[in-house]
Design a protein around this ligand. Structure first.
Ligand code: NDP
Length: 595
């Protein structure tokens, strides 16, 4: 087990673009012309895709009309009828995923009793509530991804946790911290309006509730709303169809057994499809995978947690792991800063070359695994590492060796037409009994689906007309006692829960400070907000990465965007330092009022 012990210690939350800038000379590199040639091919493939696409997100359709059903909750037994709620709580969370759960735990630890989660789904869990497709799991090591493991005294059963285990963990947190008591499910918030007179938020919902809350925390996730590609004729398709985040187990059977005599089509090959395809490929009579851009598929080294290792973990073990991750980021950043005699251009060149080497290793793995050379070529991603979300799977590539699995490579064009029997490409209508849209999610900006009105009646969306304006991505001036989690202008983290934990701790500390000092409202100063916007801008646009990448949601589908409307790229450790310095001198950032 020594091997497992060592492997368990790996902090793969620290997955990032790789640090070959630091170790560049330790590996054998090719001549520069080789890398330039590959970059040309990357550019060709990107331009091909941009040429086919309507601009930005216009290639996706809203879920209305016939497609409104695609958003319905397939996991509830019945729609609960209830009277509208008119009351007041201290803290109200919009959304019941990890953001709400881990922040609530911290608030409970600080003595906050009145906490309500308002959630569209039938239970807590967020992403893990909605996404229950076959094969669902998280690609981030479970010991790092699942939050509150120390507090819950829980050690995940596998190195990579599956969706059901993660959902159960969410439910266990809600139980332990008694969050079900005031939680409201099957309820969508429609507006959140600041009452200046009373200094409370008034939250209305699609159930005619009028809930008041001293503090509101927008915890509604970034990739929450399913999106469908806009495809001619899709309304006329006569078979069964659904989106990956609303899996129809009634149709497929719990073990996909009903697919044994069915022809299945899957549109899209992103991270969701990569986990689904091996399962459907193993069970369906025929599977047609309609690909526009291949994902990069790396090795996924998974194993059951070694019970002896688990037994050896002392209380507080996860907090120690988290601290190590942060320390590692800090150490690497320091090392990069201290790289003497290397220009910014040289750093970029090294990083790009190292990333190309990583992508070519992914290509080599495809050649070694996929038997049919044409299929192997089609599965090769031609873009820089991290242009799209990297995927990890051991069965995905071999699935294409099955005789019943057919890759329909649209070579960047995508499916643009669907007939009554199935998707049409190159004049061929692929007849399928069920069509699964693995076309992803809208990237949500806070305030888009929920009308947030702050001081002076200003809607948050209106305030953002000329660009997002926040401090840390959490506070926006003019929206007192409101906090935003997981949104833009926050630090990018491959392990999202690392970020959410840092944000949740910060929010709990702010609320604790407000309570202890009998404060009524907390807001940020205009100066602090302007400083943060400039801080975000100064760290973005150091490279041409967004423009050079193949389109996807990471680069706003290839559309130009304002530099402030993205993540904070100054580094996770720097983000944490900023939070700590704000909390050591509250008045430099915050404005407090009391009666
Ligand atoms: P994505 O947005 O990543 O993928 C959507 C897919 O649909 C892309 O392959 C896209 O192609 C394709 N597509 C869109 N329109 C068409 C069309 N007309 N014809 C053919 N293909 C089309 O969504 P996912 O649900 O896969 O993943 C979303 C995110 O969720 C991930 O990035 C990740 O952050 C998270 N996730 C994490 C998982 C994990 O931990 N393993 C698992 C699942 C999801 P193109 O690339 O050309 O745009």
């Amino acid at each position: 087990m020594a091997d497992t012990e060592a492997k368990n210690k790996e902090l793969s939350s620290s997955f990032q673009m790789n640090n070959d800038v630091l170790d560049y000379d330790k590996k054998k590199r090719k001549p520069q012309e080789y890398y330039e040639g590959i970059k040309e091919k990357f550019a060709e493939e990107r331009d091909l895709r941009l040429g086919y696409r309507p601009p930005g997100t216009e290639m996706y359709r809203p879920l209305d009309g016939k497609f409104a059903d695609y958003e319905q909750d397939p996991y509830i037994d019945e729609v609960i009828e209830r009277e509208p709620i008119v009351d007041e709580v201290e803290v109200l969370f919009i959304g019941g995923g990890f953001s709400a759960l881990l922040t609530s735990a911290r608030l409970r630890q600080k003595g906050v009793e009145s906490i309500r989660i308002v959630e569209r789904g039938g239970d807590v869990g967020g992403t893990w509530y909605w996404n229950r497709y076959p094969g669902i799991a998280c690609d981030v090591v479970s010991y790092d991804y699942l939050p509150l493991l120390d507090e819950m005294e829980y050690i995940p059963t596998r190195h990579y946790a599956g969706g059901p285990e993660i959902l159960a963990h969410c439910q266990a947190i809600a139980k332990k911290y008694e969050l079900y008591d005031l939680a409201v499910f099957q309820t969508t918030v429609t507006s959140t309006i600041w009452d200046e007179q009373e200094q409370v938020w008034e939250v209305t919902t699609d159930r005619n509730d009028r809930m008041r809350a001293k503090f509101v925390i927008c915890a509604n996730g970034t990739l929450a709303k399913p999106r469908l590609a806009l495809i001619d004729g899709m309304e006329d398709y006569e078979g069964v169809s659904f989106h990956t985040s609303r899996w129809d187990y009634d149709f497929t059977g719990a073990e996909l057994e009903n697919l044994a005599d069915k022809r299945v089509g899957i549109i899209g090959t992103g991270a969701s499809a990569v986990q689904i395809i091996p399962n459907v490929g193993a069970t369906a009579k025929e599977l047609y995978v309609f690909q526009r851009t291949p994902s990069s598929i790396d090795i996924r080294d998974d194993w059951a947690t070694d019970p002896e290792w688990a037994a050896r973990q002392e209380p507080g073990w996860q907090a120690i792991r988290r601290q190590k991750i942060i320390d590692k980021f800090r150490y690497q950043a320091e090392k990069r800063k201290n790289l003497v005699g290397i220009t910014q251009e040289e750093k970029i060149r090294r990083q790009e070359n190292a990333n190309i080497d990583a992508m070519m290793r992914i290509h080599q793995r495809i050649d070694e695994t996929v038997e049919d050379p044409e299929t192997a070529e089609s599965l090769k991603p031609w873009y820089m590492l991290m242009c799209k979300r990297p995927c990890f799977h051991n069965e995905y590539l071999p699935t294409f060796n099955r005789p019943n699995v057919h890759l329909v490579d649209t070579k960047g064009k995508g499916i643009t037409e669907i007939g009554p029997k199935g998707p049409i490409f190159d004049g061929v209508e692929y007849e399928v009994d069920v069509l699964i849209y693995a076309t992803g999610f809208e990237v949500q900006q806070t305030g888009i689906y929920n009308r947030i009105v702050g001081e002076g009646g200003l809607e948050l969306n209106e305030k953002y007309t000329d660009g997002i304006r926040t401090v840390l991505g959490i506070h926006s001036q003019g929206y007192p006692n409101m906090f935003i989690m997981g949104g833009y202008q926050a630090s990018f983290q491959f392990n999202l829960t690392d970020l959410l934990q840092v944000q949740g701790d910060h929010i709990a500390n702010v609320i604790d400070y407000v309570r202890k000092n009998d404060i009524d409202t907390v807001d940020v100063t205009r100066e602090a907000e302007e400083w943060w916007v400039q801080e975000v801008i100064s760290h973005r646009g150091k490279t041409n990465r967004n423009a050079e990448c193949t389109p996807g949601y990471y680069n706003f589908e290839g559309q130009e965007n304002r530099r402030q409307d993205g993540n904070y790229n100054g580094g996770f450790h720097a983000y944490i330092d900023h939070i700590e310095s704000m909390q050591s001198d509250w008045d430099s950032t915050f404005v407090f009022t009391k009666d």
